[in-house]
Design a protein around this ligand. Structure first.
Ligand code: PLP
Length: 402
């Protein structure tokens, strides 16, 4: 196998190039410093890592398969396509890898209360799940509008024992729930651990989420080596905050021949106002504690993102992706609602896998990519989640677009 990478971001101050950092109220700086110290200790602690891996194996169901998508491959008639099956993780997506890591760290730090914010509800469900498993008190902040749109996930969190708190300020969506979670953390920082669900937030969160998700890329490397005796030529993943993408990309970043493509949600088109394509359309700014790209007005107000996929509907992007975009190591593109929904149909019919609408954005890019590939090349797509949670949206789309 080729050597593991030596890429070494973030720096000591928590920056990926010019992005990242800790833009939080003064009162939270000691909490972030304590968190960083505890995390670095856990990262080098053999017992912590062995326990983390064991729970991923016995509870989450890792390792997840790397599936050869034979009929999708035949459909395009070019490079071989493989799917990394994060949809087969317990709770149906990759988010649980990070939630398990952070809850174990919370326990290590002696915290007894967990808070989180959620938009579509997927991170809330993953957090409520690990809190049930480890006997932690769990409070989830969620915008009133999101609670209405994602009722099933609200009920799931309740059943798992979480206290779901409705947020009625602002647009009543994710960014308002995040503000509320930060307010709670400031007040209860003594006994409370804030679990952030993507590779976003102040340092050390983007680094922690990446490290807890890199198992996706590490497994892919060894599984592909076993199956094909080579490294991938292309890696594809969808981007909300960027955790499933960085989890797949990170272990390969030092191999310049591997092309990596992050796919954002274009919504109704990145030229329109109804989009979540942060890197294509955003500008530099600070959101949720770090410097990155974000969708904002000229006056610096956050612009409400839009995508048919609730999990990609986020106005920011993790700072490491901002850096990888700036340094051109990773290519970033956007796929619209309609193209993603066609990819849901295609993957269901050809592979017997109903992907999450988020995931389908990455799959949809095959239309652009595949004609440029060669038969002896390999494409790996991160299948970040399953589509069961999206069936209401999918059914409505199918009624209108049979
Ligand atoms: C939340 C979610 C995403 C987007 O989050 P990232 O942090 O960008 O990975 C993608 N796919 C699924 C299935 C999700 O639940």
């Amino acid at each position: 196998m080729p050597d593991q990478q030596t890429y070494s971001f973030p720096d000591k101050r928590g920056y990926f190039g010019q992005f990242g950092g800790k833009y939080v109220p003064e009162i939270l700086i000691p909490a972030l410093e304590e968190l960083e110290k505890s995390y670095l200790k856990a990262r080098d602690d053999k017992a912590f890592q062995v326990n983390y891996r064991k729970i991923l194996q016995k509870y989450v169901g890792r390792e997840t398969p790397l599936t050869f998508a034979s009929r999708l491959t035949k459909h395009y008639g070019k490079a071989k396509i493989f799917l990394k099956r994060e949809d087969l993780c317990h709770t149906g997506a990759h988010k649980i890898n990070n939630a398990i890591g952070q809850v174990l760290l919370a326990r290590e730090m002696g915290k007894t209360r967990i808070i989180a914010e959620t938009g579509a509800g997927q991170h809330g469900v993953a957090t409520a799940t690990v809190c049930a498993k480890f006997g932690m008190e769990c409070v989830i902040y969620m915008g009133a509008e999101d609670m209405r749109r994602q009722k099933l996930n609200v009920d799931r969190m309740g059943l798992l024992g979480a206290d779901v708190r409705q947020v009625d300020s602002g647009s009543k969506t994710l960014k308002d729930a995040t503000n509320e979670a930060i307010r709670d953390w400031v007040t209860n920082v003594e006994n409370t651990f804030y679990i952030i669900g993507s590779a976003v937030g102040p340092h050390p969160y983007p680094m922690m989420a990446r490290d807890f998700q890199r198992i996706i890329g590490d497994e892919t490397r060894s599984q592909l080596w076993t199956a094909e005796k080579k490294s991938p030529d292309y890696l594809l993943a969808c981007l909300g905050g960027g955790s499933n993408a960085i989890g797949l990309f990170y272990p390969f970043l030092n191999e310049p021949d591997i092309r990596m493509i992050g796919v954002e949600a274009g919504g109704l088109g990145k030229e329109s106002d109804k989009t979540a394509a942060t890197l294509s359309k955003g500008t530099h700014g600070v959101l949720h504690g770090s410097k990155s790209f974000l969708l904002q007005t000229e006056g610096g107000q956050i612009r409400l993102p839009y995508s048919i996929s609730a999990g990609l509907d986020y106005p920011g992007i993790g700072p490491e992706h901002a850096h990888l975009f700036d340094s051109k190591r990773v290519e970033y593109v956007a796929v619209n609602d309609k193209e993603a929904m066609e990819a849901v149909k295609l993957t269901s019919k050809l592979e017997g896998i109903i992907p999450a609408i988020e995931t389908a954005h990455a799959i949809a890019w095959l239309d652009q990519l595949m004609p440029t590939t060669e038969k002896d090349e390999i494409v790996v797509i991160n299948c970040s989640g399953r589509g069961d949670k999206d069936m209401a949206t999918i059914s409505e789309y199918l009624r209108e677009n049979p």
